[in-house]
Design a protein around this ligand. Structure first.
Ligand code: NAP
Length: 323
């Protein structure tokens, strides 16, 4: 594994991190989830990305993570960097969602109970909810650090204006924002344009989610929607309507370049996100150990020639590819 420093901090993170949004919930195979997590840890992926609502059922990814760690990785807590978040819908009801102080503080306590951990390495505001003042949310994050429930804090998907305010409030409180989490892939470069430079200049690490556009950038949908894939599963977030002819055509063309590079399309798509020098790590999601092993090989070839970049940008220039 390769590691790099996270923004202006003393923390190093693996270039590939593992996310538990899908495939670790109560609807999933616990044996496969265990194998993936252990394989990741053995390969040096020591950063695990959770959130209160990951499952389904919401909360069960944290419960399963805690169980896997208790049953297999006891004594290794200090070798792990574990993230959780609050802000998206957890349960129906006014206190089950949003970025209020009440939800952030209570949710962190609930996540600690579910995982069985004493603290999170980083705790995020999962989203700017459009209503809660950024001051209220950031002060709640700072409070978690003061209470020892989180070592660092992060923000996820904050629009540029609220992102700037969050950095300022956190900086003033001497709890700088360790990580800024944004969606970024060859099919979605909006955050790269709107948010990365600001994060970089503020000294925040940048960590990217859905780098494979939930599987569209693996080539797996090039000949229809395979059984068991995220788009085919009821619990999957990828909708069949998002598997469009334009995206499939682009994935086919990108696959040609990946093959020339001696990589799978997934590896090339991950390498592309990591090739932005401002990016600390990408969070991968996998549904099998084979996928994880395939993605780990990304690190064998990260660089791109000017010609490869030019051809890739020509393919992904079509606005119809964006989410
Ligand atoms: N902050 C936020 O709001 C936010 C939002 C979303 C995600 N995240 C984080 O980011 C993580 C990653 O997001 P993501 O799961 O959407 O990432 P992704 O890498 O775009 O998609 C992962 C999916 O792609 C398929 N896949 C992965 N590697 C493959 C390979 N080598 N060959 C074929 N198929 C492959 C699998 O789907 P199949 O099931 O079809 O096999 C896998 O579940 C999440 O777990 C979560 O921790 C954060």
């Amino acid at each position: 594994m390769q590691y790099t420093y996270c923004g202006r901090s003393g923390i190093q993170l693996p270039r590939l991190s593992l996310g538990l949004w899908h495939n670790f919930g109560s609807v999933d195979d616990f044996g496969v989830a265990t194998q993936m997590l252990l394989r990741a840890f053995d390969a040096g992926i020591c950063h695990f990305d959770l959130a209160n609502n990951y499952g389904p059922e919401p909360g069960t990814a944290e419960e399963n993570f805690g169980r896997i760690v208790r049953e297999n990785l006891k004594g290794h807590r200090d070798e792990m960097f574990v993230a959780s978040k609050a802000g998206h819908d957890m349960w129906p009801g006014v206190y089950g969602t949003g970025s209020s102080r009440k939800n952030i503080i209570a949710s962190c306590d609930q996540s600690l109970r579910r995982t069985g951990l004493d603290y999170f390495d980083v705790f995020y505001s999962h989203r700017y909810d459009g209503v809660t003042p950024v001051e209220e949310t950031m002060e709640a994050l700072v409070q978690l650090v003061r209470q020892g429930k989180a070592l660092y804090v992060g923000i996820s998907k904050y629009p540029p204006e609220q992102q700037a305010l969050a950095y300022k409030i956190l900086q003033d409180a001497h709890v700088p924002c360790l990580l800024s989490q944004y969606r970024c892939s060859l099919f979605d470069r909006k955050a790269q344009r709107q948010n990365f430079q600001q994060a970089y200049e503020a000294g925040s690490g940048i960590i990217c989610f859905s780098p494979l556009a939930q599987g569209l950038l693996t080539g797996k949908y090039n000949n229809g929607i395979p059984e068991g894939s995220r788009a085919a599963r009821q619990s999957g977030f990828l909708q069949t309507s998002q598997v469009t002819p334009e995206r499939i055509a682009a994935a086919r063309k990108l696959q040609v370049i990946a093959e020339e590079r001696g990589q799978s399309l997934a590896q090339m798509a991950l390498a592309w996100v990591l090739s932005d020098p401002r990016v600390t790590s990408v969070i991968i999601g996998t549904s099998s150990v084979a996928q994880l092993d395939n993605n780990l090989q990304t690190l064998d070839r990260l660089g791109f020639s000017d010609d490869e970049r030019r051809r890739i940008y020509q393919i992904v220039a079509d606005p119809a590819l964006s989410f």
